[in-house]
Structures are given as structure tokens and as C-alpha cells.
Ligand binder design. Structure first.
Ligand SMILES: C[S@@+](CC[C@H](N)C(=O)[O-])C[C@H]1O[C@@H](n2cnc3c(N)ncnc32)[C@H](O)[C@@H]1O
Length: 349
């Protein structure tokens, strides 16, 4: 007789309904849910689900609730002993807290925090003896690594699962890109841009030209300049002087739709992060990419959904983008996205 599969998912607070809607279609049933964390059950599916709003997805091993962390560790260890072969230990341990607030609210950012760091330091030596080959928790996994995932739903309520690392976001602890900028970023869009570039796999190289629509005050441009690109920022608002004064930066102080197409000529990459309705943004981009002189190879487009009910429109937006004949379109709510999604659109030129 086959056993049901349990999966555990981290997502942004508020995105749970969108997560459930996508996985219910595949036959998953709800087991336990909190804002930012969902567990599911399936009778015959063997791998954990994926989807636009799913930040991390693991096969569930078990959970433990206890005021004492050593009791939690004991309990989880006995569940590991029952279900896994100790001759095949895991390569990494990732520990993070489920989101406690919507992204950006009161400055909240997702991923490992002080509480999960403290828990990981305490629990790592207990698990490492028998179950881990890594020397430290929360290292970036290699593709193919088997990763033990410990999610703190509360500091005294932990869920343990595992997944096999593949794409970038499955390699980062809690699905959040670990990044320590050399200088204080101008805005949090720095992290968003960094994440979108890595996730997309677009090979941005020094000396190439990238344009950003909706570039002020300049967090994302800061990341592009750091990567050695020449950057054109389009925004009616003022840029931070640290960007405006960079010799590799040009500011076109205008609305994107009001500019002649020729300003996009020669650019290889386009980032879009303007606070404009998605349909209007798509019209502006369409006019650029369908122009005969267009040289763009990769677009990273942030669309503000407004609210999670509107996530049904993603299918329509994808169909619209497909009429431009791209080579590949992917969409994901990045860990650093508020109520937004990022489209990575590749063109072969
Ligand atoms: C979320 S902010 C962008 C943050 C920016 N990407 C960064 O890295 O700091 C949105 C920006 O879109 C700009 N914007 C709104 N409508 C625009 C349009 N039609 N064309 C260009 N920029 C626009 C706004 O002025 C605002 O600065």
C-alpha cells in the first residue's frame, strides 16, 4: 500500500490562497496552514509542488512543538531515524522562520533571521553527528544537494522537511538570495534586481547596456552598475545623486511611453519596475520589443498585481507576452517581491 506524501511550502503572507488554488488543481489537499506557511497532502504525488507563488517547497518529514529546543531536536531526530537511511546523510541544513508579515511592511524582509540563526546554531551540532555532511548551516546548496529544511512556524513549533536543490531559489536558505552589498543599497529594489538577474540566468556582462523603466531612486541601477553594465534609467522622478553622478549612467527624465523607440537601440537588457497598471506597462514594452530595431535579449518585468485575487490575470498577461514571440517566458513571485510578480522574458536575436 502506498503512503500519502506530505509537502510543506513557504510563501509570502497573503499569497496562501493563490498557492492553494494552484496546487489543489494538481490534487494536493490542505493539511495545516498559517500565514506564509502551508502544508499539503497528496495520495500519489512523490515530489513537492512548484508554482508562481511557492517560494520554498519540501517533502515533509515531521513537526515538533515544545518550549525546549533540545526536546524538539530529539523528536525530529527520532522521526529522521524512522524514515531515512543514515548511510545516506543530507548535504545541507537550511533553517529559517516563516514570514511574520507581508514583505516590506514595517521593514519586514523574508529569510533567515536572528531567531532562526540562534536555533540553527543550537540544532546543527545535534543533526550533524549523524545526518549532515556540511560544516555549517545555511550554506548555499549545490544543484543536486539533498537539503534538510527546518522551518520555524513559531520559535517553539518547527517543521522539518527536505528537498533536492536544482534552480537558484532552491539552493538559497528559505528561497532568499543571501547577499551582503559592499555599500548600503539606495533602495530595496537593489535586492529585487539582484534576485531577478540570478533567478533568470540572464548572462549580463560588463560593458553591455541595460535600461530600467521606473529607475528612481536607483537601487536596481546600483546593482546593474556594480555588475559593470552601462545603464540608462527612465523615470520622471529624480535619481539618487550616487547613481546620477556615475559616469556609466544616463538619466532620461521622462515617462517611458513618451520616449522615441530609438533610445532603446543597442540595449541588451531591460528591467521594468514602474508603478503603473500591468496592462499599460505591457503595452509600453510591446511597442519597444516589436520595433524592427529592437536589440533586447532579456526582459525582467515586475508587474504589480495589486492584490492576490488578481493573480488569475497572470495567465492573460503571459498569453499577451507570448504574442511577442519570445524564446522563453517564466514568471515567479520573487522572495523580495511585494504583491508583485517578475516575468523573465528571453528573446533569441
Ligand atoms: C517602485 S519605484 C522604482 C524603484 C526603482 N526601480 C529602484 O531601483 O529604486 C517606481 C518608479 O516608477 C516610476 N514611474 C511611474 N510611471 C512611470 C513611467 N510611465 N515611466 C517611467 N517611470 C515611471 C515612478 O516615478 C517611480 O520612481
Amino acid at each position: 500500500m502506498s503512503h500519502p506524501t506530505f509537502a510543506m511550502i513557504s510563501c509570502a503572507v497573503g499569497a496562501e490562497t493563490a498557492v492553494k488554488a494552484s496546487v489543489f488543481e494538481e490534487g494536493w489537499r490542505l493539511a495545516f496552514s498559517r500565514p506564509g506557511f502551508v502544508t499539503l497532502k497528496h495520495e500519489d504525488q512523490k515530489s513537492p509542488p512548484t508554482g508562481t507563488f511557492i517560494r520554498t517547497s519540501s517533502l515533509s518529514i515531521g513537526s515538533s512543538r515544545d518550549p525546549s529546543l533540545s526536546h524538539i531536536a530529539e523528536n525530529l531526530l527520532s522521526q529522521l531515524d524512522k524514515k531515512f537511511d543514515a548511510n545516506r546523510p543530507f548535504n545541507q541544513l537550511h533553517v529559517w522562520s516563516k514570514d511574520r508579515a507581508p514583505i516590506g511592511r514595517f521593514g519586514f524582509e523574508p529569510g533567515p533571521d536572528e531567531v532562526s540563526e540562534a536555533v540553527s546554531q543550537e540544532i546543527f551540532p545535534l543533526l550533524a553527528k549523524k545526518w549532515l555532511t556540511c560544516d555549517h548551516p545555511n550554506r548555499i546548496a549545490e544543484s543536486g544537494d539533498r537539503v534538510l529544511d527546518l522551518v520555524l512556524v513559531e520559535p517553539s513549533h518547527c517543521f522539518l522537511g527536505w528537498h533536492e536543490a536544482s534552480d537558484w531559489h532552491t539552493r538559497w536558505p528559505g528561497g532568499v538570495q543571501p547577499l551582503t552589498p559592499k555599500e548600503e543599497p539606495i533602495s530595496r529594489a537593489y535586492y529585487k534586481a539582484a534576485e531577478s538577474i540570478t533567478w533568470s540566468g540572464f548572462p549580463l556582462r560588463p560593458g553591455e547596456t541595460a535600461i530600467e523603466i521606473g529607475s528612481a531612486p536607483g537601487g536596481a541601477c546600483g546593482r546593474l552598475l556594480e555588475l559593470g553594465l552601462k545603464v540608462i534609467g527612465i523615470d520622471p522622478a529624480e535619481m539618487d545623486p550616487r547613481i546620477a553622478e556615475n559616469t556609466n549612467f544616463i538619466h532620461l527624465r521622462a515617462r517611458a511611453g513618451d520616449l522615441p523607440r530609438k533610445v532603446f537601440r543597442g540595449a541588451k537588457w531591460l528591467l521594468v519596475d514602474s508603478n503603473v497598471a500591468p496592462e499599460k506597462t505591457l503595452t509600453t514594452i510591446k511597442n519597444v520589443v516589436l520595433h524592427r530595431d529592437c536589440t533586447l535579449e532579456g526582459l525582467l518585468v515586475t508587474l504589480k498585481i495589486g492584490n492576490y485575487q488578481a493573480s488569475q490575470k497572470i495567465a492573460d498577461w503571459t498569453s499577451e507576452i507570448e504574442t511577442w514571440h519570445p524564446q522563453r517566458v517564466r514568471v515567479r513571485q520573487l522572495a523580495r517581491n511585494k504583491v508583485e510578480v517578475c516575468f523573465a522574458i528571453a528573446f533569441s536575436r
